[in-house]
Design a protein around this ligand. Structure first.
Ligand SMILES: Cc1cc2nc3c(=O)[nH]c(=O)nc-3n(C[C@H](O)[C@H](O)[C@H](O)COP(=O)(O)O)c2cc1C
Length: 321
């Protein structure tokens, strides 16, 4: 997720539970591709794992995600990413950001499935056959009726598998997630379809599986509040992460960011972003976000997190507002 799930985040999450995080694959934040080559340094910034064979230290592969509408330039960018060691390429046709859509990128291509096919085909032709080229879409631009046509276009272009966020572009992040539309796409293609959207706990994974027929899932925001969700879904962890290990996780995240060259200000910003997302799912993180969001220094935020998350668990949480 752009601006949130950076290389440091991926390192921390995939290292959980001694490397048995339950995560099988990560995708980088999107790399914007316009009508010019993408230089190596941009790829390495978005996907520092490329310097280590395209895997996190725990050994989880990280695909490089490309976002753009020009088949030729998308293919050239894919070639560069692969030459740098990307284990796979993911194509983003789901981004709803106005700035991105108005410059011919992301979900805007859903309006014309032929363009999804053309970009996928060009990238597929540029990437060695043994490396996956995957596609990420929403169910449509205005409404979900074209989802089958878009899925077929991705398959015709040579996609290895397809991830579908079960919302239209028009919905942005508003409910509901249309798992049935994801299921219609799954039934219409022979490649695997990965269901995505509001998978915040094991019950929602079961519900999505039942309603879509999918057996593979992509989790975005849910992982920020429930990093244990992947392991719980696989049955290797039983309980939610206690505040204490969560505090340790956030602490390691800040240290990892600083070690990767981020300055204190950016590290503080990223930490607040994580807290903001985690606040959707956890009362303790809601409190932590409320208390940290106006703090000006990283030291203050880390001290506040320790105070909140390492407090005596017998004291009830008092939520502001
Ligand atoms: C802040 C933010 C940034 C995102 N950036 C990306 C991105 O770079 N690439 C992508 O494929 N999806 C991106 N997404 C969409 C998520 O991958 C996912 O499809 C969406 O959040 C729904 O899934 P979730 O409910 O599991 O989060 C982003 C979402 C958010 C909230």
């Amino acid at each position: 997720m752009d601006g949130v799930t950076d290389g440091s985040y991926r390192e921390c999450l995939t290292a959980l539970f001694g490397g048995r995080s339950g995560i099988s694959l990560c995708v980088s934040e999107f790399v914007r591709v316009t009508r010019q080559p993408v230089v190596e340094r941009v790829f390495l910034r978005h996907c520092p794992e490329l310097a280590r064979g395209g895997k996190t230290r725990a050994g989880v592969p990280v695909f490089v995600q490309l976002l753009g509408g020009e088949p030729h330039w998308m293919a050239r960018a894919a070639e560069t990413a692969v030459a740098l060691g990307a284990p796979g390429i993911d194509l983003n046709f789901g981004c709803p950001a106005k700035t991105v859509n108005s410059s011919d990128g992301g979900a805007t291509l859903l309006k014309d499935p032929c363009r999804v096919e053309a970009v996928t085909r060009a990238v597929r032709a540029a990437v060695p056959a043994e490396l996956p080229v995957t596609v990420k879409i929403r169910v449509g631009w205005e409404d979900p009726s074209p989802v089958v046509e878009i899925a077929r276009a991705a398959e015709a272009g040579g996609a290895s598998w397809l991830t579908i966020h079960g919302r239209t572009r028009r919905q942005l992040y508003k409910p509901p997630v249309d798992y049935e539309a994801i299921g219609r796409a799954q039934a219409a293609v022979s490649m695997a379809v990965v269901a995505n959207g509001d998978l915040f706990g094991v019950p929602s994974l079961f519900e999505a599986a039942q309603r879509s027929g999918c057996t593979a899932f992509m989790i975005g925001r849910g992982a920020m509040g429930r990093p244990e969700l992947f392991a719980r879904a696989r049955g290797t962890q039983r309980a939610a992460l206690d505040p204490r290990p969560f505090e340790a996780l956030l602490d390691v995240y800040a240290d990892t960011l600083l070690a990767s060259g981020a300055n204190e200000r950016n590290t503080l910003g990223r930490l607040k972003q994580w807290l903001r997302m985690a606040a959707m799912l956890r009362a303790d993180m809601k409190l932590a976000f409320e208390q940290c969001k106006r703090l000006q220094t990283l030291d203050e935020a880390r001290a506040k997190l320790r105070e909140i998350l390492l407090r005596d668990p017998s004291e009830p949480l008092e939520l502001a507002g």
